[in-house]
Design a protein around this ligand. Structure first.
Ligand SMILES: [Mn+2]
Length: 316
């Protein structure tokens, strides 16, 4: 990681990118890193870029505006994004030098330098770990951005990827002044309408093989709760934390193709790896939490069969 710090030192302009449909980890990493660079090097120009800010945008400052020539002369740091197609703002390609920092399972190499730690729970964890190892003091603002992403992606330090190192990163960030209760509230409390939509999910899901819970959602199902597609998609967790459920999934209609509905899906598994299944349906992500896209109804049924086979195999 020392090469990253020397690159940051070498460039006057730094652009920070992340994935489309930004979540708290992508934005937390983006603004955490931006804050640290700006506080450390007040004369550098730092831009946090991307158009699709996602449901957590209200917790962060507005996205910056950069001219094409500024990007061309910049060091681009691309966070939390496994494949080039998912980078929000295609101008990353024109940057003078590109560094990827990510915790997803490897998809494609698109940067000049790539730091991938797919056993880490969050990109914010990778950054916090890096700052901690350098013995740096962070501002409260910087630490809270990183802590927010860390607890969001790790579901408050409760996922399979949770390690002593992760908890030490959390402790380090709290030492920098994080208001733990406030950041938890910001990331995990919900509006009444979101709560009502979760109730909808829990009363309309289908249970398969007594261990796979899933729901297929159409725009009319979430629009009546004033939710956007990205907000609705996150609610897959409404089916989590049930003893009997080994895997759960939410499929959401994203449009129509030749008169047929097309869906994206979020898949979760308690402790059986399923990311290879996601990969065979235009998806990927993490071992126990992944996404799929561009599915027709028949693909959903076939994916569910694959999940069912996997769960049965592991049980026997
Ligand atoms: Mn992430």
């Amino acid at each position: 990681m020392d090469a990253l710090f020397s690159k940051i030192e070498a460039f006057d302009t730094i652009t920070i990118f992340r994935h489309i449909a930004a979540d708290a980890d992508a934005l937390g990493a983006q603004f955490g890193l931006k804050t640290w660079i700006q506080e450390t090097y007040p004369n550098k120009k730092v831009f946090a870029l991307g158009n699709d800010t996602g449901p957590k945008a209200n917790l962060f400052p507005p996205i910056d505006v950069a001219r094409d020539d500024q990007i061309q002369h910049s060091l681009a740091i691309i966070l939390d994004t496994a494949n080039a197609a998912r980078i929000d703002d295609s101008r990353w390609k024109s940057a003078a030098y590109k560094i990827k920092i990510d915790h997803h399972i490897f998809v494609d190499a698109y940067a000049d330098e790539e730091y991938i730690e797919d056993r880490k729970g969050a990109t914010c964890e990778i950054l916090a770990d890096m700052f901690q190892k350098k013995g740096l003091c962070l501002s409260k603002t910087c630490a809270e951005y990183l802590y927010g992403g860390l607890i969001a992606d790790t579901l408050q330090f409760s996922i399979q990827a949770t390690t002593p190192e992760m908890l030490r990163c959390g402790a380090y960030l709290v030492e920098q002044g994080v208001d733990v209760a406030k950041v938890n509230e910001q990331n995990f409390s919900k509006s009444w309408k979101e709560f009502e939509f979760e109730t909808y999910i829990r009363t309309h899901y289908t249970l398969m093989d007594e261990c796979i819970a899933y729901i297929i959602v159409h725009p009319s199902d979430y629009e009546r709760y004033d939710l956007t597609l990205n907000q609705a998609k996150e609610k897959v967790y409404a089916l989590s934390k049930v003893h009997e459920f080994q895997a759960w999934a939410l499929f959401i209609e994203t449009g129509q193709e030749q008169g047929e509905s097309v869906y994206n899906g979020s898949l979760r598994s308690k402790n059986i790896e399923i990311n290879d299944i996601a990969m065979s349906y235009n998806g990927g992500g993490h071992r126990f939490a992944c996404g799929v896209k561009g599915l027709k109804e028949k693909d959903i049924q076939s994916l569910l069969q694959d999940l069912s086979k996997r769960m049965r195999k592991e049980k026997s």
